[in-house]
Design a protein around this ligand. Structure first.
Ligand SMILES: Nc1ncnc2c1ncn2[C@@H]1O[C@H](COP(=O)(O)OP(=O)(O)OP(=O)(O)O)[C@@H](O)[C@H]1O
Length: 248
């Protein structure tokens, strides 16, 4: 099975209509690249899409199909709905949900399962958490906790041992980092996950981050997909405006 899986396959196809709060979400897109970013203003529906893929939101209508084996995760027509814990998907939400009395290593290791010792140590190092590994998460800053939450999802996706590879969903994974650390971490994470053939769908507002990742971008606005393509194409105008502002 593993041999069949490449990062240029059809990784995920999402078609969903859903009403949430005052927003009418109506999106359709397919992922075919190792790292894709849902990009758009606050309130455009990005998090709701991630939550529907993870199984925490049941779309009013639609179909979500995963991987080259075309596993149906949701189909309202066929009345199919795979519960969250059975999906080959691991995710880190915007707000970290950790075990406060357990250590960083225990929290990150929670997702890996037995036999994932080396993966656990690698993820701790990758996320710059090795020196914090024996601290309880209640003693950490909000930013550090968020980094642990991302590390746990990464470890769980890499350590996943189901029939399919797991996909990783990250909601604003670098929002709490700035400057050089964010850049280094984003590139290291992308390269490492690429080696493990773990596809990623993340959410971001940050043009620089999308360029750095060399990601495919799905641009959303008001519950719709406006455009999808290479970052240099989809975010060209945003980048120009950003550069102009920096020159002022
Ligand atoms: N559980 C909920 N109950 C009511 N309204 C909700 C709920 N979840 C989301 N919404 C609303 O749905 C809309 C889309 O929210 P969503 O979090 O998906 O947007 P987003 O693009 O991820 O925003 P942000 O970038 O600020 O996280 C918003 O107007 C939000 O207030």
């Amino acid at each position: 099975m593993e041999g069949r899986w490449t990062l240029s396959d059809n990784l995920l196809a999402v078609k969903m209509a859903h009403r949430v709060g005052g927003l009418r979400l109506d999106v359709s897109f397919a992922l075919t690249r190792p790292w894709t970013v849902l990009f758009g203003p606050s309130g455009s529906g990005k998090t709701t899409v991630l939550r529907a893929i993870a199984g925490f939101v049941r779309p009013d209508a639609g179909r979500i199909v995963y991987g080259p084996m075309e596993r149906v995760l949701v189909s309202t027509e066929e009345r199919a709905f795979v519960p969250a814990h059975l999906r080959p998907v691991r995710s880190a939400a915007q707000a970290a949900r950790l075990f406060p009395h357990r250590t960083v290593r225990e929290n990150v290791g929670y997702g890996v399962g037995l036999g994932g010792g080396q993966v656990l140590e690698d993820v701790l190092a990758l996320m710059r958490l090795t020196t914090l590994a024996d601290r309880r998460t209640e003693e950490l800053s909000g930013g550090e906790r968020q980094r642990v939450s991302v590390a746990r999802a990464v470890a769980a996706a890499v350590g996943y041992d189901g029939v399919d590879k797991a996909m990783l969903l990250l909601d604003e994974p670098f929002a709490w980092l700035d400057g050089v650390l964010r850049d280094e971490l984003a590139v290291a994470l992308r390269d490492w996950l690429g080696k493990w053939k773990v596809p990623v769908l993340s959410v971001s507002h940050d043009v620089g981050e999308c360029y750095l990742l060399g990601a495919e971008v799905v641009r959303m606005a008001e519950g719709q997909v406006m455009e999808q393509g290479a970052v240099e194409v989809v975010l060209m105008e945003e980048r120009r405006r950003l550069m102009e502002r920096l020159r002022e």
